[in-house]
Design a protein around this ligand. Structure first.
Ligand SMILES: Nc1ncnc2c1ncn2[C@@H]1O[C@H](COP(=O)(O)OP(=O)(O)O)[C@@H](O)[C@H]1O
Ligand SMILES: [Mg+2]
Length: 301
């Protein structure tokens, strides 16, 4: 098991890896590590869910194994596949050499050498530094049959390959699942996990994140950027900007040697924070100036 002894320690570990972590998130991460339960993180895109897994792996010095979910993901792409082209070559070679011992060939073809381990199998294998962090990212992109399959895989941490036998994790991996909530993930799976909703950060926390991720930005610029983005999130937009966008935007402004926001600068760089033309169009003209004025009022108040 992972030997973290307190919530403070978790906060410190993640902090060292550049992740600004609030008390409630640190608590649920701590519990997940202590109890060996998967952690289910839900929230809007760009709020730092995936990054938690990366920071945790880095700070615990564990290998990070990522299963990126997508529509149509099936068990074989998630667990293992046989290297079919290599098997074909081996068969042809054996035929050419006149080796006709079918049993021997069969045993050889379905051995480790021709096995392609996908993330779930990889996560069950022993790792030198201890159990890996298994990140099952954007689970909401898959379908229900895959969820059902995952539920089983997460309950016993073993994989059975008919030709090879059962592979059992010597120590269960540290499992983090994320969802951008484009659909609800099934209750049964959620019940296996500890749950945390990753929200947009508060003003103070987002300033801290920016200080960690874009330390070159001056305090004045950082405060304006964060105040503006925080204001923007209260507007009626198709896609509200995440923390990733705040960081990107600050970096763009730095690259342009901007020291303070103006409606013109905002109009020129909107593509860094808004990724839909309708949202961008909405902010053209006097809207950007109004939001900037509101943001400045927030800073002054
Ligand atoms: N609390 C945080 N501390 C440090 N960086 C953060 C934090 N939250 C978000 N980030 C930054 O935002 C970026 C996007 O986060 P990401 O984990 O990809 O979002 P999500 O998976 O929720 O869509 C990350 O690359 C990271 O740099
Ligand atoms: Mg993500």
């Amino acid at each position: 098991m992972t030997k973290v002894t307190s919530i403070d320690e978790v906060q410190g570990l993640l902090g060292n890896a550049g992740y600004v972590c609030g008390r409630s998130l640190a608590t649920v991460v701590f519990l997940s590590l202590r109890l060996g339960r998967p952690l289910f993180l839900e929230g809007e895109a760009g709020v730092g869910k995936t990054e938690i897994a990366k920071a945790l792996a880095a700070s615990l010095d564990r290998r990070l194994i990522r299963l990126q979910c997508y529509e149509g993901l099936d068990a074989s792409s998630a667990v293992y596949e046989w290297n079919f082209p290599a098997q074909m070559v081996a068969i042809r070679t054996a035929e050419a050499a006149g080796t006709h011992d079918r049993d021997m060939l069969q045993a050889e073809l379905f051995s480790d050498e021709y096995l392609i381990a996908r993330p779930l199998l990889e996560a069950m294998r022993p790792q030198p530094g201890g159990a890996p962090v298994l990140l099952i990212d954007e689970l909401d992109r898959t379908d229900e049959p895959f969820e059902a399959f995952l539920l089983e895989a997460l309950s016993d941490f073993q994989v059975t390959i008919p030709e090879l036998g059962t592979i059992r994790a010597p120590e269960p991996p540290i499992v983090i699942l994320t969802s951008n909530r484009t659909r609800e993930v099934h209750d049964a799976l959620k019940r296996r996990c500890l749950y945390h909703w990753v929200d947009y950060p508060t003003f103070e926390r987002e300033i801290e994140i920016l200080a960690a991720r874009a330390p070159e930005a001056s305090e004045i610029l950082s405060r304006e950027v964060v105040a503006f983005v925080q204001r923007l999130r209260t507007e009626d937009l198709f896609k509200r900007p995440g923390v990733a966008e705040t960081i990107d935007w600050a970096k763009c402004l730095l690259a342009l040697d901007v020291v303070s926001l103006s409606p013109e600068v905002i109009a020129d760089t909107l593509g860094a924070i808004l990724k839909y033309q309708d949202d961008i169009a909405k902010l053209q003209g006097s809207e950007a100036a109004r939001i900037l004025a509101d943001a400045r009022a927030d800073l002054a108040g």
